[in-house]
Design a protein around this ligand. Structure first.
Ligand code: KG4
Ligand code: ZN
Length: 333
C-alpha cells in the first residue's frame, strides 16, 4: 500500500490531499479571498496566507482520509513553476514533514500535475495524448508520451489564456479573478455581437495581448457615445470575448491534432473550467472523432489532488529528491 500526501502552494491556493494506492481520499483547498480587493494576486500576502493555512489544511486532509500522520509513505509537493514566496511555504513544509517522519520527498512540476489530473478518475486518456493546458500563467499544447515524458508543441508568446480572461474582465470593470465572471455573463450574451481579432501566430503558438488591446479600444470608444455601455452590453461583451479566446485555443488544438494524428485530446488548468471551452471542445471532438477528456471542475483549478496523483506515479518509479531541493519560479515541462 502507498499513501501519499500532496501539497500545492504555487499561487493563491493552499491545498493538501491524501492519495491511497492511486485513489484520492481527500482534497482540501484553502482559497485566499484577500487578493480580490487588489485586482490580482499580491505575492507577499499570498506567502503569508499559505503560512497561516498550511497546517490546518494538511490536518484536515489527513482527518478526512481517516488515516494518521504516521501512515503516510511519502510527501509530494509543487516545486514550480509559480510564485517563489508561495512555493517556499509548501516546499519548506514538505521537507520538514519528510524529515520528521523519515519518509521520501517527491518534487512535482505544477504544469505536469495539471495534465496528470486526468489520472485521478475514469475515463483516463491513453498515451500518447494531446493536452491543452490553460491556466492563469500558462497556455501550452503538450504531447503527453507517458506520465513524465511530455513534449511542449506550442505555447503563448505573451499573455496566458487565463490572463486574457482576467485582464479583459478588468477592462469590463469586473472583479478579480474575472475568468469565472466572464463565463457567467457569456451564457446570457451573443458571442457574435462584437467582432474581435484572431491573431495570426505561426506554428502552434498563441498570442492574447492583441485581444486585450482590442477590447480596451472598443470599450473606450463606445463609452464616449454611451456612458452606460458596459452595463447595457456586458453579456454580449463577455460572450464575444469568451468566444474569441475559445476559438483561438481550439483552432490551434485542431492543428496539433492534425499534425500529430493523435485522437485522444484533453484540456487541463483553471481555464478548462470554462463552460464555453468545454462545450466547444465536445462539439469539435464529435466532428473530428476525437476522444475528449475534460477534468471535473474541482480538478481544473489549482488543487493538491493532482500533486498527490503525480506523486503516486513518481513513488512507484522511486523518483525521490533530497533535502537540498529548492523551489523554482520557472520550471520546464
Ligand atoms: O490553474 P489555475 O487555477 O491557476 C494557475 O495555475 O494559474 O488557473 C487560474 C485561471 C485564472 O486566470 C481564472 O480566471 C481562470 O483560470 N478561470 C477561468 C474559469 N475558471 C477559472 N477562466 C474562464 N472561465 C472559467 N470558468
Ligand atoms: Zn495551476
Amino acid at each position: 500500500m502507498a499513501i501519499i500526501l500532496g501539497i500545492e502552494s504555487s499561487c493563491d491556493e493552499t491545498s493538501a490531499s491524501i492519495c491511497i494506492d492511486g485513489e484520492i481520499k481527500s482534497n482540501i483547498i484553502a482559497s485566499q479571498a484577500i487578493h480580490a480587493k487588489y485586482g490580482g494576486v499580491v505575492p507577499e500576502l499570498a506567502s503569508r496566507a499559505h503560512q497561516q493555512n498550511i497546517i490546518p489544511t494538511v490536518d484536515q486532509a489527513i482527518a478526512e482520509a481517516k488515516i494518521s500522520k504516521k501512515d503516510i509513505d511519502a510527501v509530494a509537493f509543487t516545486r514550480g513553476p509559480g510564485l517563489l514566496g508561495s512555493l517556499l511555504v509548501g516546499t519548506s513544509f514538505s521537507k520538514s514533514f519528510a524529515l520528521a517522519m523519515g519518509i521520501p520527498l517527491i518534487e512535482v512540476n505544477h504544469m505536469q500535475a495539471h495534465i496528470l489530473a486526468h489520472f485521478i478518475e475514469e475515463p483516463k486518456p491513453q498515451f500518447p495524448f494531446l493536452c491543452l493546458t490553460v491556466s492563469g500563467g500558462h497556455t501550452q499544447i503538450v504531447l503527453v508520451k507517458n506520465y513524465f515524458e511530455m513534449e511542449l508543441l506550442g505555447e503563448t508568446l505573451d499573455d496566458a489564456a487565463g490572463e486574457a480572461f482576467d485582464k479583459t474582465a478588468k477592462i469590463l470593470n469586473l472583479p478579480y479573478p474575472g475568468g469565472p465572471l466572464i463565463d457567467k455573463h457569456a451564457k446570457l450574451g451573443n458571442p457574435k455581437a462584437f467582432k474581435l481579432p484572431e491573431p495570426q501566430i505561426p506554428e502552434l503558438n498563441f498570442s492574447f495581448s492583441g485581444l486585450k488591446t482590442a477590447i480596451l479600444y472598443l470599450v473606450r470608444d463606445e463609452l464616449k457615445e454611451n456612458p452606460n455601455f458596459l452595463q447595457e452590453r456586458m453579456d454580449d461583451l463577455c460572450a464575444s470575448v469568451q468566444d474569441r479566446i475559445v476559438t483561438i485555443l481550439l483552432n490551434k488544438l485542431k492543428k496539433a491534432a492534425k499534425q500529430t494524428g493523435v485522437k485522444d485530446i484533453a484540456i487541463a488548468g483553471g481555464v478548462s473550467a470554462n463552460s464555453g471551452l468545454r462545450s466547444s471542445l465536445l462539439a469539435m471532438g464529435e466532428k473530428y472523432n476525437w476522444n475528449v477528456f475534460i477534468p471535473k471542475f474541482e480538478f481544473c483549478t489549482d488543487n493538491a489532488a493532482m500533486i498527490a496523483i503525480a506523486g503516486y506515479h513518481k513513488f512507484l518509479a522511486k523518483d525521490f529528491v533530497g533535502q537540498d531541493v529548492t523551489p523554482m519560479a520557472r520550471m520546464e515541462m
